[in-house]
Design a protein around this ligand. Structure first.
Ligand code: XIL
Length: 365
């Protein structure tokens, strides 16, 4: 006989949520309204990071994206190493194809990203002269932002520049641009982007801001200080992108600190973008059933979006259909267990319980 577990309030709510959102428990899947349509009723663009190969060669992926998304971003195609891995040559093939696909389907594009330590090619990192590095940064941003001028809703101008563990003044990540230009790389990047595409909203984008855990509240303070300083000095930053790589079974919770943080960011006159949402389920025990995995992932999507959607101007997930992959933290490496169900659509393109949970949030806000 199965042991009878005491029905705590928490367990009751978890079960109730899973039942309410799991389509497999219905004789027929409940009627589906595209997420982009539901979010639009709340005035929020919704969409995905798009992969070049699938965007240009996978018809099922294309029709799913066209049906669900009102906004998209290139997963990798607009990063420096993707566009400009050699000093004298740009290759816009992939970025142009994704932009053309999006615009043909009335999907607005956002750009990602100009400055990122993980996408800076070796030819750039070999520069030692400050003036040369400044010119190279300005030229890259001017070239790319000008090409897509008027087509971009927003740009992630600087990505992941704050890193508490590096212990620098201001908590800047101790990498090439900071080492070479000091904090002026921020000014140079935002001013160049604004000059080239004055209508695009310019964002600072980062991770590690989502949870009321041990680390994130400290990083929130550092990011707020940095943004306050930029605003004070008239640097044209218009939004904070909160990547939103979430996790389940990590003992971390969404809490009131996130609301306080969002209010403080908005108090600086900045918008909040949810830029890279996904849920890493790799920490669940290996034998966890698919239904339990889906319920846990859906619950995290719902808890997070319930809190942040009232403050967010856009919501983007980091991918479209589930594939087994490493997601989230920087430190994740290939040997770690992979996430199974981080996104909103399964490998066949069907909405998962997480997608129904997101739909419920968009309907209720
Ligand atoms: C990731 C892509 O998904 C991978 O394909 C690529 O190999 C590395 O970059 N934070 C970001 C994104 O801002 O650009 C990263 O995307 C995921 C973490």
């Amino acid at each position: 006989m199965l042991p009878t577990l005491p029905l705590t309030r928490r367990r009751f709510l978890q079960t109730a949520t899973a039942c309410a959102i799991a389509p497999t428990l219905h004789a027929q899947a409940p009627a589906w309204t595209p997420l982009g349509e539901l979010a639009a009723k709340r005035g929020i663009p919704f969409g995905f990071a798009l992969n070049y190969k699938q965007t240009t060669s996978d018809a099922a992926y294309q029709s799913l994206v066209a049906r669900e998304a009102t906004m998209a971003v290139c997963e990798n195609a607009m990063k420096w190493e993707g566009l400009h891995s050699h000093q004298d040559a740009y290759d816009f093939t992939q970025a142009d194809a994704i932009v053309a696909f999006a615009l043909a389907h009335q999907i607005r594009m956002r750009g990602h990203c100009f400055v990122w330590h993980r996408a800076t090619p070796p030819w750039v990192e070999r520069i030692t002269d400050k003036a040369v590095a400044t010119k190279v940064l300005e030229d890259h941003i001017t070239t790319v932002a000008s090409r897509y001028r008027g087509k971009m809703h927003s740009w992630d101008v600087v990505n992941e520049a704050i890193y508490m563990k590096d212990n620098t003044p201001g908590n800047y990540r101790d990498v090439f641009w900071y080492r070479t230009l000091g904090t002026s790389f921020m000014d140079v990047a935002f001013h160049a982007a604004h000059a080239a595409d004055p209508k695009a909203i310019l964002a600072y984008n980062d991770w590690g801001l989502e949870y009321d855990n041990a680390a994130d509240p400290k990083k929130r303070v550092a990011v707020l200080n940095m943004l306050t300083d930029l605003r004070k000095r008239g640097v044209p930053v218009g939004a904070l992108g909160i990547q939103s790589h979430l996790r389940v079974a990590s003992g971390e919770h969404v809490g009131p600190g996130l609301t306080e943080f969002c209010k403080a960011v908005k108090g600086l006159g900045l918008q909040i973008f949810v830029t890279e949402l996904d849920v890493d389920d790799a920490r669940l025990p290996a034998g966890t059933t698919l239904a339990a995995r889906d319920a846990a992932v859906a619950d995290m999507y719902k808890r997070y979006l319930d809190v942040i959607t009232p403050h967010a101007s856009i919501v983007i997930t980091w991918g479209v259909k589930d594939v087994q992959r490493t997601v989230g933290a920087e430190e994740a490496t290939a040997w770690q267990p992979k996430a199974q169900r981080p996104l909103l659509f399964d490998p066949e393109g069907q909405p998962t319980p997480a997608a129904y949970a997101v739909a419920e949030v968009f309907r209720s806000q």
